[in-house]
Design a protein around this ligand. Sequence first.
Ligand code: NAD
Length: 286
Amino acid sequence: KGKRAFIAGVADDNGYGWAIAKSLAAAGAEILLGTWVPALNIFESSLRRGKFDESRKLKDGSLMEIAKVYPLDAVYDNPEDVPEDVKANKRYAGASNWTVQEVAECVKKDFGNIDILVHSLANGPEVSKPLTETSRKGYLAALSASSYSYISLLKHFLPIMNRDGSAISLTYIASERIIPGYGGGMSSAKAALESDTRVLAFEAGRKKRIRVNTISAGPLGSRAAKAIGFIDMMIDYSFTNAPLQKELHAEEVGNTAAFLSSHLASGITGSVIYVDNGLNAMGVGV
Ligand code: NAD
Protein backbone atom coordinates (compact mmCIF):
# COMPACT_ATOMS: atom_id res chain seq x y z
CA LYS A 1 0.00 0.00 0.00
CA GLY A 2 1.29 3.48 -0.89
CA LYS A 3 2.06 5.96 1.84
CA ARG A 4 0.36 9.31 2.32
CA ALA A 5 2.32 12.47 3.12
CA PHE A 6 1.29 15.86 4.42
CA ILE A 7 3.88 18.52 3.57
CA ALA A 8 3.50 21.87 5.29
CA GLY A 9 5.26 24.86 3.72
CA VAL A 10 4.89 24.67 -0.05
CA ALA A 11 3.84 27.82 -1.91
CA ASP A 12 5.90 27.61 -5.11
CA ASP A 13 8.17 25.20 -6.96
CA ASN A 14 11.49 26.63 -5.74
CA GLY A 15 11.78 25.55 -2.12
CA TYR A 16 12.72 22.41 -0.25
CA GLY A 17 9.07 21.49 0.43
CA TRP A 18 8.32 21.18 -3.28
CA ALA A 19 11.42 19.05 -3.85
CA ILE A 20 10.46 16.79 -0.93
CA ALA A 21 6.95 16.42 -2.38
CA LYS A 22 8.45 15.37 -5.70
CA SER A 23 10.81 12.80 -4.20
CA LEU A 24 8.01 11.33 -2.08
CA ALA A 25 5.68 11.26 -5.10
CA ALA A 26 8.37 9.54 -7.16
CA ALA A 27 8.60 6.91 -4.41
CA GLY A 28 4.86 6.30 -4.71
CA ALA A 29 3.43 8.46 -1.92
CA GLU A 30 0.17 10.36 -2.14
CA ILE A 31 0.84 14.08 -1.67
CA LEU A 32 -1.16 16.54 0.44
CA LEU A 33 0.15 20.07 0.84
CA GLY A 34 -0.28 22.76 3.49
CA THR A 35 0.12 26.22 1.98
CA TRP A 36 0.44 29.48 3.91
CA VAL A 37 -2.93 31.26 3.67
CA PRO A 38 -1.64 34.54 2.17
CA ALA A 39 0.17 32.58 -0.58
CA LEU A 40 -2.67 30.16 -1.31
CA ASN A 41 -4.46 31.95 -4.15
CA ILE A 42 -1.36 32.52 -6.26
CA PHE A 43 -0.13 28.97 -5.65
CA GLU A 44 -3.43 27.33 -6.56
CA SER A 45 -4.03 29.47 -9.63
CA SER A 46 -0.48 28.83 -10.84
CA LEU A 47 -1.02 25.09 -10.35
CA ARG A 48 -4.31 25.23 -12.28
CA ARG A 49 -2.86 27.29 -15.11
CA GLY A 50 -0.06 24.73 -15.56
CA LYS A 51 2.72 27.09 -14.50
CA PHE A 52 4.36 24.29 -12.49
CA ASP A 53 3.84 21.52 -15.04
CA GLU A 54 7.48 21.54 -16.12
CA SER A 55 8.67 21.19 -12.52
CA ARG A 56 5.98 18.63 -11.71
CA LYS A 57 7.74 16.21 -14.07
CA LEU A 58 9.08 13.10 -12.36
CA LYS A 59 11.92 10.91 -13.63
CA ASP A 60 9.48 8.49 -15.30
CA GLY A 61 7.95 11.35 -17.31
CA SER A 62 4.67 11.47 -15.35
CA LEU A 63 3.56 14.60 -13.50
CA MET A 64 3.46 14.73 -9.69
CA GLU A 65 -0.17 14.58 -8.59
CA ILE A 66 -1.22 16.72 -5.65
CA ALA A 67 -4.26 15.11 -4.02
CA LYS A 68 -5.24 18.26 -2.11
CA VAL A 69 -3.90 21.65 -1.06
CA TYR A 70 -4.93 22.83 2.41
CA PRO A 71 -4.69 26.46 3.53
CA LEU A 72 -2.55 26.61 6.68
CA ASP A 73 -1.19 29.17 9.07
CA ALA A 74 1.00 27.27 11.48
CA VAL A 75 1.28 30.09 14.03
CA TYR A 76 -2.34 29.48 15.09
CA ASP A 77 -3.37 26.23 16.77
CA ASN A 78 -7.14 26.73 16.76
CA PRO A 79 -9.71 29.43 15.89
CA GLU A 80 -9.63 30.91 19.41
CA ASP A 81 -5.96 31.84 18.82
CA VAL A 82 -6.67 33.98 15.75
CA PRO A 83 -6.68 37.73 16.44
CA GLU A 84 -9.52 39.86 15.05
CA ASP A 85 -7.31 41.78 12.62
CA VAL A 86 -6.12 38.53 11.04
CA LYS A 87 -9.68 37.19 10.80
CA ALA A 88 -10.72 40.40 9.05
CA ASN A 89 -7.69 40.50 6.75
CA LYS A 90 -8.91 39.89 3.22
CA ARG A 91 -6.06 37.50 2.47
CA TYR A 92 -7.42 35.26 5.25
CA ALA A 93 -11.16 35.91 5.04
CA GLY A 94 -11.55 33.95 1.79
CA ALA A 95 -10.18 30.71 3.28
CA SER A 96 -11.41 28.63 6.19
CA ASN A 97 -10.22 25.87 8.53
CA TRP A 98 -6.57 26.90 8.29
CA THR A 99 -5.43 26.64 11.93
CA VAL A 100 -3.30 23.59 12.71
CA GLN A 101 -6.02 21.76 14.61
CA GLU A 102 -8.60 22.38 11.87
CA VAL A 103 -6.25 21.28 9.10
CA ALA A 104 -5.57 18.01 10.93
CA GLU A 105 -9.33 17.51 11.33
CA CYS A 106 -9.92 18.20 7.63
CA VAL A 107 -7.19 15.75 6.59
CA LYS A 108 -8.74 13.14 8.88
CA LYS A 109 -12.16 13.72 7.35
CA ASP A 110 -10.85 13.66 3.77
CA PHE A 111 -8.26 10.88 3.96
CA GLY A 112 -8.41 9.21 7.38
CA ASN A 113 -4.71 9.05 8.13
CA ILE A 114 -1.18 9.85 7.00
CA ASP A 115 2.19 8.14 7.20
CA ILE A 116 4.58 11.04 6.66
CA LEU A 117 4.54 14.56 8.10
CA VAL A 118 6.91 17.17 6.69
CA HIS A 119 7.51 20.61 8.20
CA SER A 120 9.23 22.82 5.64
CA LEU A 121 8.39 26.28 6.88
CA ALA A 122 10.02 29.09 8.77
CA ASN A 123 9.45 32.76 9.32
CA GLY A 124 11.37 35.37 11.28
CA PRO A 125 10.08 38.92 10.81
CA GLU A 126 13.37 40.38 12.08
CA VAL A 127 15.70 37.89 10.37
CA SER A 128 17.84 40.67 8.92
CA LYS A 129 18.55 42.16 12.37
CA PRO A 130 21.46 41.00 14.54
CA LEU A 131 20.38 39.19 17.71
CA THR A 132 21.30 42.14 19.91
CA GLU A 133 18.94 44.33 17.88
CA THR A 134 16.08 41.82 17.83
CA SER A 135 12.94 42.71 19.77
CA ARG A 136 11.27 40.30 22.16
CA LYS A 137 8.28 40.27 19.84
CA GLY A 138 10.40 39.44 16.79
CA TYR A 139 12.31 36.71 18.63
CA LEU A 140 9.14 35.06 19.89
CA ALA A 141 7.54 35.33 16.44
CA ALA A 142 10.52 33.48 14.93
CA LEU A 143 10.20 30.71 17.52
CA SER A 144 6.43 30.55 17.07
CA ALA A 145 6.49 30.25 13.27
CA SER A 146 9.66 28.18 12.92
CA SER A 147 9.82 25.93 16.02
CA TYR A 148 6.55 25.67 17.93
CA SER A 149 4.75 25.26 14.60
CA TYR A 150 6.43 21.86 14.35
CA ILE A 151 5.42 20.78 17.84
CA SER A 152 1.88 21.88 17.08
CA LEU A 153 1.75 20.05 13.75
CA LEU A 154 3.08 16.84 15.25
CA LYS A 155 0.77 17.11 18.25
CA HIS A 156 -2.32 17.51 16.07
CA PHE A 157 -1.35 15.01 13.38
CA LEU A 158 -0.03 12.31 15.71
CA PRO A 159 -3.52 10.88 16.35
CA ILE A 160 -4.01 10.32 12.60
CA MET A 161 -0.46 9.12 11.86
CA ASN A 162 -0.05 5.43 11.17
CA ARG A 163 2.32 3.38 13.29
CA ASP A 164 5.91 3.34 11.94
CA GLY A 165 5.39 6.72 10.29
CA SER A 166 7.95 9.47 9.90
CA ALA A 167 8.14 13.18 10.65
CA ILE A 168 10.75 15.46 9.11
CA SER A 169 11.68 19.11 9.44
CA LEU A 170 14.30 21.34 7.84
CA THR A 171 17.01 23.05 9.85
CA TYR A 172 20.11 25.13 9.22
CA ILE A 173 23.63 25.06 10.66
CA ALA A 174 23.19 28.56 12.12
CA SER A 175 21.72 26.68 15.11
CA GLU A 176 25.17 25.44 16.15
CA ARG A 177 27.73 27.71 14.43
CA ILE A 178 27.84 31.48 14.07
CA ILE A 179 26.32 32.57 10.75
CA PRO A 180 26.22 36.38 10.79
CA GLY A 181 23.17 37.58 8.86
CA TYR A 182 20.84 34.79 10.04
CA GLY A 183 19.35 36.95 12.73
CA GLY A 184 16.10 37.87 14.39
CA GLY A 185 16.20 34.77 16.58
CA MET A 186 16.16 32.45 13.57
CA SER A 187 19.40 30.81 14.77
CA SER A 188 17.72 30.27 18.15
CA ALA A 189 14.61 28.90 16.42
CA LYS A 190 16.67 26.29 14.56
CA ALA A 191 18.47 25.33 17.81
CA ALA A 192 15.07 24.79 19.42
CA LEU A 193 13.87 22.79 16.42
CA GLU A 194 16.88 20.45 16.64
CA SER A 195 16.53 19.96 20.37
CA ASP A 196 12.80 19.37 20.00
CA THR A 197 13.54 16.78 17.30
CA ARG A 198 15.20 14.61 19.96
CA VAL A 199 12.45 14.98 22.56
CA LEU A 200 9.69 14.51 19.96
CA ALA A 201 11.50 11.42 18.65
CA PHE A 202 11.24 9.94 22.13
CA GLU A 203 7.60 10.83 22.65
CA ALA A 204 6.35 9.89 19.16
CA GLY A 205 8.59 6.82 19.13
CA ARG A 206 7.24 5.48 22.39
CA LYS A 207 3.65 6.26 21.44
CA LYS A 208 3.48 5.01 17.86
CA ARG A 209 7.01 4.07 16.80
CA ILE A 210 7.07 7.19 14.67
CA ARG A 211 10.54 8.40 13.74
CA VAL A 212 11.35 12.11 14.00
CA ASN A 213 14.37 13.55 12.20
CA THR A 214 15.54 16.89 10.86
CA ILE A 215 17.55 17.64 7.74
CA SER A 216 20.21 20.32 8.10
CA ALA A 217 20.23 21.63 4.56
CA GLY A 218 22.82 23.72 2.76
CA PRO A 219 21.92 27.05 1.15
CA LEU A 220 19.25 27.13 -1.59
CA GLY A 221 17.94 30.21 -3.38
CA SER A 222 14.32 29.68 -2.31
CA ARG A 223 11.80 32.46 -1.85
CA ALA A 224 12.29 32.44 1.93
CA ALA A 225 16.08 32.46 1.60
CA LYS A 226 16.06 35.37 -0.85
CA ALA A 227 14.09 37.35 1.71
CA ILE A 228 16.99 36.97 4.16
CA GLY A 229 19.23 38.72 1.66
CA PHE A 230 22.58 36.90 1.89
CA ILE A 231 21.74 33.65 0.14
CA ASP A 232 23.91 34.19 -2.98
CA MET A 233 26.90 34.83 -0.73
CA MET A 234 26.20 31.63 1.24
CA ILE A 235 25.89 29.60 -1.97
CA ASP A 236 29.22 31.00 -3.20
CA TYR A 237 30.82 30.36 0.19
CA SER A 238 29.66 26.75 0.12
CA PHE A 239 30.93 26.25 -3.41
CA THR A 240 34.34 27.60 -2.43
CA ASN A 241 34.69 25.84 0.91
CA ALA A 242 32.65 22.61 1.01
CA PRO A 243 34.24 19.20 0.38
CA LEU A 244 31.92 18.76 -2.62
CA GLN A 245 32.36 21.70 -4.99
CA LYS A 246 29.03 21.51 -6.74
CA GLU A 247 25.68 23.18 -6.66
CA LEU A 248 23.38 21.78 -3.96
CA HIS A 249 20.15 20.63 -5.61
CA ALA A 250 16.85 20.78 -3.75
CA GLU A 251 16.29 17.27 -5.10
CA GLU A 252 19.16 15.99 -2.94
CA VAL A 253 17.30 17.17 0.14
CA GLY A 254 14.06 15.71 -1.28
CA ASN A 255 15.69 12.33 -1.81
CA THR A 256 17.03 12.33 1.75
CA ALA A 257 13.54 13.03 3.04
CA ALA A 258 12.24 10.11 0.98
CA PHE A 259 14.96 7.86 2.40
CA LEU A 260 14.25 8.99 5.97
CA SER A 261 10.55 8.31 5.44
CA SER A 262 11.16 4.84 4.08
CA HIS A 263 11.76 1.46 5.69
CA LEU A 264 15.43 1.84 4.71
CA ALA A 265 15.79 4.33 7.60
CA SER A 266 13.88 2.24 10.14
CA GLY A 267 16.66 2.59 12.71
CA ILE A 268 17.12 6.37 12.42
CA THR A 269 15.30 8.75 14.75
CA GLY A 270 16.11 11.87 16.74
CA SER A 271 18.86 12.73 14.26
CA VAL A 272 20.09 15.83 12.51
CA ILE A 273 21.06 14.67 9.01
CA TYR A 274 23.29 17.04 7.00
CA VAL A 275 22.60 17.50 3.32
CA ASP A 276 25.00 20.33 2.59
CA ASN A 277 27.80 19.01 0.35
CA GLY A 278 29.71 18.38 3.59
CA LEU A 279 30.19 22.04 4.52
CA ASN A 280 29.34 21.32 8.19
CA ALA A 281 32.48 19.19 8.52
CA MET A 282 34.88 22.02 7.64
CA GLY A 283 36.78 23.75 10.42
CA VAL A 284 38.18 26.65 8.38
CA GLY A 285 37.43 28.31 5.06
CA VAL A 286 39.87 27.53 2.24
P1 NAD B 1 10.26 28.30 0.98
O1 NAD B 1 9.94 29.74 0.78
O2 NAD B 1 10.06 27.38 -0.16
O3 NAD B 1 9.46 27.68 2.21
C1 NAD B 1 9.04 28.37 3.34
C2 NAD B 1 7.53 28.26 3.37
O4 NAD B 1 7.04 28.60 4.64
C3 NAD B 1 6.84 29.19 2.38
O5 NAD B 1 6.04 28.41 1.50
C4 NAD B 1 5.97 30.06 3.26
O6 NAD B 1 4.75 30.39 2.65
C5 NAD B 1 5.76 29.14 4.46
N1 NAD B 1 5.32 29.80 5.69
C6 NAD B 1 5.86 30.87 6.32
N2 NAD B 1 5.16 31.14 7.44
C7 NAD B 1 4.17 30.21 7.53
C8 NAD B 1 3.12 29.98 8.45
N3 NAD B 1 2.93 30.77 9.51
N4 NAD B 1 2.27 28.94 8.23
C9 NAD B 1 2.43 28.15 7.16
N5 NAD B 1 3.41 28.32 6.24
C10 NAD B 1 4.27 29.35 6.43
O7 NAD B 1 11.77 28.30 1.48
P2 NAD B 1 12.77 27.13 1.94
O8 NAD B 1 14.09 27.81 2.04
O9 NAD B 1 12.66 25.94 1.08
O10 NAD B 1 12.31 26.80 3.42
C11 NAD B 1 11.85 25.53 3.85
C12 NAD B 1 12.58 25.11 5.11
O11 NAD B 1 13.94 24.87 4.79
C13 NAD B 1 12.58 26.16 6.22
O12 NAD B 1 12.44 25.52 7.47
C14 NAD B 1 13.97 26.74 6.10
O13 NAD B 1 14.43 27.34 7.30
C15 NAD B 1 14.75 25.50 5.75
N6 NAD B 1 16.10 25.73 5.23
C16 NAD B 1 16.30 26.48 4.13
C17 NAD B 1 17.59 26.70 3.65
C18 NAD B 1 17.84 27.55 2.43
O14 NAD B 1 18.98 27.92 2.16
N7 NAD B 1 16.84 27.84 1.63
C19 NAD B 1 18.68 26.11 4.31
C20 NAD B 1 18.44 25.30 5.43
C21 NAD B 1 17.15 25.13 5.88
